[in-house]
Design a protein around this ligand. Structure first.
Ligand SMILES: [Zn+2]
Length: 135
């Protein structure tokens, strides 16, 4: 019930709720919008909570698993080791150590299988005309 100044210029429109508030106000009295560029106080706490829960997965570990899937054993082992180091050195901000370990294990298995195949193939070529009995 106050007789406000007629046509007073000291008013601005809140961009959030479209209400008219005083020009000197730092925070909208209707919705809590901050005019100095800072978000409302309740928004800050919510953003901090969600940020703390966010943990990125090591890109190197993912690349190692991709290499393992495509049979690139050496790439899987190297990327897996680098991924483990990245996870260990991140202080908990980067996850995916299990993925990196899986990439190393799969890469080693693929390397052993590849080596066994190579050895048997070389053995076939160097054994001369007499084929092994199991062929
Ligand atoms: Zn407002």
């Amino acid at each position: 019930m106050s007789a406000s100044e007629p046509g007073g210029p000291a008013m601005k429109v809140c961009p959030d709720c479209a209400e008219r508030v005083k020009q000197a106000a730092a925070v909208c009295r209707f919705c809590g919008h901050g005019f100095d560029g800072r978000p409302a106080a309740r928004g800050e706490s919510g953003m901090t909570a969600s940020y703390a829960g966010t943990q990125t997965t090591s890109v190197l570990a993912i690349a190692g698993v991709v290499c393992a899937v495509f049979g690139i054993s050496v790439g899987a082992i190297v990327l897996g080791i680098l991924g483990q180091r990245e996870v260990d050195g991140s202080g908990g901000r980067i996850g995916g150590r299990g993925l990196a370990t899986a990439a190393i294990v799969i890469g080693v298995i693929e390397l052993v299988v590849t080596a066994l195949i190579l050895i048997s193939v070389i053995g076939l070529f160097t054994s001369g005309p007499s084929l092994p009995s199991w062929l």
